[in-house]
Design a protein around this ligand. Structure first.
Ligand code: FE
Ligand code: ZN
Length: 508
């Protein structure tokens, strides 16, 4: 009888080499150029793809093992949350505005990110990058799915969660994240990787996921904490990979440096504009606050960001152009954005409100230089109007920025009493911008941004439901009187109070 030869146990490095080895064949009946038609037009020069190696050397079997383990835990906790009325453990139903915004604006971005990485995996010639892109595409798909599953439980009890799929494409404020991802996906594969790796993973993950998830924990939202934890270990891997990819580009050819710098400038600013949604959530929407946007910016922006750019300085990379203006806006953007959301709350699929006295005190403590001086007086005025039974609603259409698609509601970096507005003429048409940096992004690729689908402009063209507020609400799937308007007096507020009461009392 033959004795079976025992296979030697393979190490991680060897396994990874075997996984990727046969993927890197040389084509014989097609040229490399026809196989990878998008590899060169951005001007990026790569001399040796083998120099790019996945620092994790994750093999498929290890990948599936980790992910399925995480999914098992995730669904077990989610099940417990659903069965024990976990939705009644949150601090206040007002908190759900933040979560509605997350589901409408961020989760579809995870899905888009999955599509983008699938494409980048096909278009980038290196074997290591192909494997890493494939795994990240799967991660992003899983993030979208787990988020939707986790939040679907709230949809059974509260308004505003029911139409996030349609609202991704049609709701005016969702144009901000959608255009961010569409812009990234319609760049070349290298720009896509830099955009997502840097702006989304590095800048946004820290400033979005960390405060969001600790906000969820502070406010008793176990289901969000659970998907956050499940995604966070992927995000840590993505950040490392993203940084490796950027360094790889910088090391391959000095001609890549100015191209990458341009992308960092652009995507830093696009990411920052997207973050104004998050800053608003942190400063205004969490009943129990974790930290202010200003504090988060100091830690994750100033400290971590400065360390990153110190590290990249040896390649000739400097801080993104918009950095200084971002710091100047630190104490302003969340207040300016929330004041806008309050005025337009008839047109949002979440509730708006005027902060309470206690919250005023918190805001002026966190923003000693700006809140009492610029924003408290405006809120006081809105309070007076609301108390008189004539709450201020702004039915005029805001001017949108052609690049970031936010309403032009931010002020000049050096003058918080003057609205910032830039304007450009291009081929006989006039375009408007919220900032010099958004204008610069446009100037660099005007043919791309003239195609932007701006929701307010569409409204006046009658393409969004046929004209009129009522038709528009149907078009965006907004149930008037339920999904929108003030939290005070809303169905969500009433139901939550009633159910909470029922859960501790014998009286109905
Ligand atoms: Fe993700
Ligand atoms: Zn803008």
């Amino acid at each position: 009888m033959d004795t079976k030869a025992r296979q030697p146990k393979l190490g991680l490095r060897e396994k990874y080499r075997l996984l990727t080895r046969d993927l890197g064949w040389d084509p014989t009946y097609q040229t490399r150029e026809t196989l990878y038609p998008y590899a060169e037009y951005e001007g990026i020069k790569i001399h040796d793809w083998d120099k790019w190696e996945d620092p994790f050397r994750l093999t498929m079997d290890a990948y599936w093992k980790y992910q399925s383990e995480k999914d098992r835990k995730f669904y077990a906790i989610l099940d417990a949350h659903a069965q024990n009325n976990g939705h009644l453990n949150i601090t206040d139903a007002r908190y759900l505005s933040a979560i509605k915004l997350f589901l409408q604006a961020i989760s579809p971005g995870e899905y888009t990110s999955h599509q983008g990485f699938s494409r980048a995996g096909r278009e980038l010639p290196g074997v290591g990058t192909q494997v890493a892109c494939q795994m990240q595409a799967l991660d992003e798909l899983r993030h979208a799915q787990t988020q939707i599953h986790a939040l679907s439980n709230y949809n059974r009890f509260y308004n505003g969660f029911h139409a996030f799929v349609q609202q991704r494409d049609r709701m005016w404020y969702n144009s901000v994240p959608r255009s961010f991802f569409d812009d990234a996906m319609t760049g070349g594969p290298f720009e896509f990787v830099v955009a997502i790796a840097f702006a989304f993973e590095y800048v946004l993950t820290n400033l979005l996921f960390v405060p969001f998830m600790s906000g969820a924990a502070y406010n008793g939202d176990m289901s969000t904490v659970t998907f956050g934890f499940s995604a966070q270990s992927d995000e840590a891997r993505h950040m490392t990979l993203g940084l490796e990819s950027i360094k790889f580009l910088l090391e391959q050819d000095p001609a890549n440096v100015p191209i990458v710098q341009g992308w960092l400038d652009k995507w830093f600013w696009r990411g920052l504009r997207l973050l104004s949604l998050v800053g608003t959530m942190m400063d205004y929407m969490l009943p129990k606050r974790v930290m202010s946007w200003a504090e988060a910016w100091n830690i994750y922006g100033e400290e971590n960001g400065s360390a990153l750019f110190k590290d990249l300085a040896r390649y000739g990379i400097r801080k993104p152009k918009g950095w200084e203006d971002a710091s100047k806006g630190r104490d302003h953007i969340s207040h300016q954005f929330m004041l806008g959301l309050y005025q337009w709350s008839f047109g949002t699929a979440f509730h708006g409100w005027i902060p309470t006295d206690e919250e005023f005190a918190w805001l002026s403590e966190k923003y000693p230089d700006t809140f009492d001086r610029y924003y408290r007086p405006r809120w006081n005025e809105l309070r007076k109007l609301a108390a008189a039974g004539t709450p201020f609603k702004n039915y005029g259409l805001p001017m949108l920025c052609q690049t970031c698609q936010l309403p032009c509601l931010f002020t000049e970096p050096d003058d918080p009493t003057t609205l910032c507005h830039r304007e450009v003429e291009y081929k006989g048409e006039r375009y408007h911008f919220c900032s010099s940096h958004c204008q610069e992004i446009f100037d660099h690729e005007p043919e791309k941004y003239v195609q932007a689908w701006l929701p307010m402009n569409q409204l006046t063209q009658g393409t969004s439901g046929g004209g009129g507020l009522e038709n528009w609400m149907k078009y965006v799937n907004l149930v008037d009187g339920q999904d929108n308007g003030d939290f005070e007096g809303s169905q969500d507020q009433r139901n939550f109070a009633q159910w909470k009461h029922n859960s501790v009392s014998n009286q109905a």
